[in-house]
Ligand binder design. Structure first.
Ligand SMILES: Cc1cc2nc3c(=O)[nH]c(=O)nc-3n(C[C@H](O)[C@H](O)[C@H](O)COP(=O)(O)OP(=O)(O)OC[C@H]3O[C@@H](n4cnc5c(N)ncnc54)[C@H](O)[C@@H]3O)c2cc1C
Length: 410
């Protein structure tokens, strides 16, 4: 076979040898975790290098985001093989998600303002240009490849996400909110906290005065030569930050909402509302509660999601359902519709700040009109981290690290 010259590269061959696969079931996620754990000691050295098929990173984010597996399972798997210090970088990355969640839960107004800005921007003049860039029709060839990769696989390596977001905000001077929305609709791991706050971090809104810039030299160093295309890279030779509009200081004030839960009554007939934020409830919910569940209603809403994301989510939902052996009703909608009035209590995992959490007042109201209560439950490890993101990530990590280290001994 004739060997291709570099100039004859296909338009977007970011996985010339192996299209990455993302675990869709709990079993696949545990298998990928076991495989990744064998080489986790190399993670801190290699993780920033963007290589076809993404072998240098775990590719577990869709599974962890939807909790086919938990952060703690990932931590235990690597600590079983290695010393804490050998894998500390990986452990920190795992806890970035929890840090962002905790940060946003304490400042829910940041989410609400993002949604309001987005609604306005979708009607505005930047929308068409944003659409062009999302379709991979921009001036920099590698960024176009990243846009195609995201659309076709539902994933981008962390470094590529950083480069692309910086290009969007600081080179093209497009609003970060439109970029965050593009990612959210396509990423299999789309997470309201990690996505919104990472875009804000690149823009310079999270750490005031510090933005992330994509530089040609950094891309040439970390993007594998097989994936590197030079067209347009001159635009990233001397990048300078866009002046982002800083919100008034009130935006970052801690305004954690009061969480109220009616206490659960173990004598009442109970439905579990299973949703996409936690697909392995059966692995951690306490036994007396588990024994009381008479029916499961599963909801998921992928109406705004891409084709690839819809299909991943349906597979993950199917897998979650297969692990319950009591009657299960599937509802392709964001919130549950409960017709059977024998049930007077619904339990669900409390959704974190994001689209599902936004629906809670409406769900509670519609259930109470039928004489039903909504009882929200949380994993113990999530409860422990509530209120922990008062400052930056590293102080969060410093307070958490001794507990993580002690998991090695357990
Ligand atoms: C602009 C931008 C948008 C992003 N949007 C999302 C998003 O919507 N959902 C999402 O899960 N991640 C998001 N990230 C974070 C990060 O890019 C992905 O979590 C990571 O690339 C997932 O790949 P992996 O599983 O191979 O990660 P690995 O490098 O193998 O890391 C292990 C695990 O740690 C967690 N993790 C790693 N880095 C981060 C991080 N920076 N923030 C939060 N968690 C992290 C993930 O659960 C990941 O599976 C975003 C980053 C940027 C710069």
């Amino acid at each position: 076979m004739r060997k291709r010259k570099p100039t004859e590269k296909m338009q977007h061959d970011f996985w010339p040898n192996s299209k990455p696969k993302f675990a869709e079931t709990r079993e696949e996620a545990l298998a990928r975790l076991a495989e990744f754990s064998q080489t986790a000691s190399r993670y801190s050295r290699e993780r920033n290098h963007v290589v076809s098929g993404h072998p240098n990173v775990s590719r577990l984010s869709p599974a962890i985001r939807h909790r086919l597996i938990s952060e703690e399972e990932a931590v235990r798997a690597v600590l079983e093989r290695y010393a804490f210090s050998t894998v500390e970088k990986f452990l920190q990355e795992i806890y970035w998600r929890r840090y962002w969640k905790s940060w946003l839960a304490m400042r829910p107004q940041v989410w609400t303002e993002y949604l309001m800005d987005l609604a306005t921007l979708k009607e505005g003049e930047d929308h068409e240009r944003a659409q062009e860039i999302s379709e991979g029709r921009g001036p920099i060839a590698v960024m176009n490849d990243f846009a195609h990769e995201l659309i076709e696989t539902g994933y981008l390596h962390n470094h590529a996400r950083m480069w692309f977001a910086a290009y969007w905000i600081h080179t093209l001077r497009l609003p970060w909110q439109l970029g965050a929305d593009f990612f959210y609709r396509h990423l299999l791991d789309a997470d309201p906290a990690s996505n919104t706050l990472s875009w804000r971090w690149v823009a310079g809104l999270q750490t005031i005065g510090k933005s992330y810039l994509a530089r040609r030299s950094n891309i040439e160093k970390y993007l594998h030569p097989d994936l590197l295309k030079t067209k347009g890279l001159e635009l990233l030779e001397n990048p300078s930050p866009a002046s982002v509009q800083f919100e008034n200081a009130g935006n970052r004030e801690i305004k954690a909402p009061v969480r109220k839960n009616p206490s659960m009554d173990l004598a009442r007939k109970t439905i579990l509302w299973l949703h996409e934020e936690d697909l392995s409830v059966e692995t951690w919910i306490n036994r007396p509660t588990l024994a009381k569940i008479d029916q499961v209603i599963v909801t998921w809403d992928s109406s705004d999601a891409s084709r690839v994301k819809k299909s991943w989510l349906e597979a993950a939902i199917t897998d979650a359902v297969s692990r319950w052996n009591i009657p299960t009703i599937l509802q392709r909608q964001r919130t549950p519709t409960i017709e059977n009035e024998q049930f007077t209590q619904v339990i669900a995992v409390r959704p974190e700040i994001g689209p599902l959490n936004d629906t809670l007042p409406e769900v509670e109201q519609s259930l109470s009109m039928k004489g039903m209560d909504l009882h929200l439950v949380e994993r113990e490890e999530d409860l422990l981290l509530q209120g922990a993101a008062k400052g930056g990530f590293f102080s969060f990590w410093k307070s958490l690290a001794p507990n993580i280290r002690s998991m090695k001994e357990l």
